[in-house]
Design a protein around this ligand. Structure first.
Ligand code: UDX
Length: 440
């Protein structure tokens, strides 16, 4: 099967490389000529475990190529995926569909023979209808069908998520298109991955509903964590106690500093707007989004409390800047709000992140960067763990204690055990683990 992937960002690049690995011939397109040149030279625009090797292998086997020439790549393709960005529109929170519609117009010009146009970008309900209208208007003779096929992959685990998905959702209103999509995903079908065939609009909404539900689950456990701190309960035990109920499930019940990233904040906003526009507001998601926004900055209060109420003139060592481990992505990372709040309170910030420091430099000012956790802690007055990179899970606590001016650890991901830290004479504050053990 010959496939064109329009957009070589996170979703496009990972999906293109994985589809090539299934044996299809994939051409990844981008309007950014520099990005395409870099990809041709084997340089990835993002950090994602395993991606570089996967791309290199498939390029070597002539199944994967990169180009800026969209029209040429669309000619002869049986399926053209749209995997361009749908950022939040400035001002109103709606998804900005400029890139999707631009792609649709450009694709229309290259269509010859029956082609399936697949929206993989996260797009609001009804976008498939508009893509279809644009293509028909631009090229009235085109023989095509528009399909919705949302992507559920997580950054940091993207390849595995693509190749071993919990399900594949396909919004298809056309029999020929259904046959093409079944053929594209045949390797997953053989792996027994469930396929959900539905209407295009249902498929578009399913993606938003999934992300909004997960964001709600996280926010729920975060608020339970706050309550745990007040009543002297342990949120990790609560999470285990409820998560073993199969109706609830144990995943996405890790309390922390609030969700970030390129999807949850933007997609919840877009769903909220769509629901309001259609007169069916989803108030639970409106609340989730507001609570999460406030939470990120509020996490700085734990640091204030640990230092006796004020951070003025103090140096705080921050480990982990990205919104989660195994990515260099800083988009909507809780670290941004927390660090800004600490700086507003008069603190200086030392920082280290295994992959995110280049991106962090673009969104955070006045940080002193270090290249390992220990030098980051030198002469700092407290250590704050914001992102749970594996490299931070087994720090030499005696060494950290000797480097800090005072043994204070604020662990916003609960990767340490309070008892262990007490044994090492640390003042320790986690999230939702009983009344704060930090001495005031
Ligand atoms: C998410 C969805 O999981 C994925 O299906 C969709 O395609 C894109 O959005 P991603 O943004 O890569 O993926 O990260 P994810 O692992 O879902 O984490 C999102 C945020 O929630 C992170 O900031 C993470 O730290 C936070 N989180 C997650 C928690 O705070 N607690 C949890 O239990 C799980």
């Amino acid at each position: 099967m010959q496939i064109t992937m329009v957009g070589s960002g996170y979703v496009g690049l990972v999906s293109g490389a994985c589809l090539a690995d299934f044996g299809h011939t994939v051409s990844c397109i981008d309007t950014d000529a520099q990005k395409i040149e870099a990809l041709k030279a084997g340089k990835m625009p993002i950090y994602e475990p395993g991606l570089q090797d996967l791309v290199a292998n498939n390029v070597r086997q002539h199944r994967l190529s990169f180009s800026t020439d969209l029209v040429a790549a669309v000619r002869g393709a049986q399926a053209v995926f749209i995997a361009v960005g749908t950022p939040s529109r400035r001002g109103d929170g709606h998804a900005d569909l400029t890139f999707v519609y631009q792609a649709a117009r450009a694709i229309a010009a290259g269509l010859d023979g029956f082609t399936v146009v697949v929206t993989k970008s996260t797009v609001p309900v009804g976008t498939g209808d508009e893509v279809e209208r644009i293509i028909r208007e631009t090229n009235p003779n085109a023989d095509f069908a528009v399909v919705s096929n949302p992507e559920f992959l997580r950054e940091g685990a993207a390849i595995d998520d693509f190749k071993r998905p919990d399900r594949i959702v396909l919004g298809v209103d056309d029999k020929r298109a259904e046959a093409v999509m079944t053929e594209i995903y045949r390797p997953l079908y053989l792996n027994q991955a469930p396929f959900v065939f539905t209407s295009r609009r249902t498929s578009e909404l399913t993606k938003y509903a999934a992300n909004a539900f997960l964001a709600t689950k996280i926010t729920f456990i975060n608020e339970i964590a706050d309550l745990c701190e007040q009543v002297g309960a342990n949120v990790q035990d609560v999470a285990r106690g409820i998560g073993l109920d199969k109706r609830i499930g144990s995943k996405f019940l890790h309390a922390g500093p609030g969700y970030g990233g390129s999807c949850f904040p933007k997609d919840t906003q877009a769903l909220i707007k769509t629901a309001q526009d259609f007169g069916a507001p989803i108030r639970i998601v409106e609340t989730v989004s507001a609570v999460n926004d406030q939470r990120k900055r509020a996490m700085a209060r734990k640091v204030f409390a640990a230092l006796g109420g004020s951070v003025r003139g103090k140096t705080i060592a921050v480990l982990g800047l990205t919104f989660k481990p195994n990515t260099d992505d800083m988009r909507d990372s809780p670290a941004i709000s927390i660090i800004t709040a600490l700086q507003d309170g008069g603190a200086r910030i030392n920082a280290f992140d295994p992959e995110g420091m280049d991106q962090a430099r673009q969104v955070l000012d006045d940080l002193t960067y270090f290249y390992d956790p220990y030098s980051c802690c030198e002469k700092a007055d407290a250590l704050v763990i914001v992102t749970e990179w594996d490299a931070f899970r087994a720090l030499d606590l005696n060494r950290i204690k000797s480097l800090l001016t005072a043994p204070i650890l604020v662990d916003l991901r609960n990767i340490y055990e309070p008892d262990d830290l007490a044994r090492h004479d640390f003042l320790y504050a986690g999230v939702g683990r009983g009344s704060s053990p930090v001495k005031k």
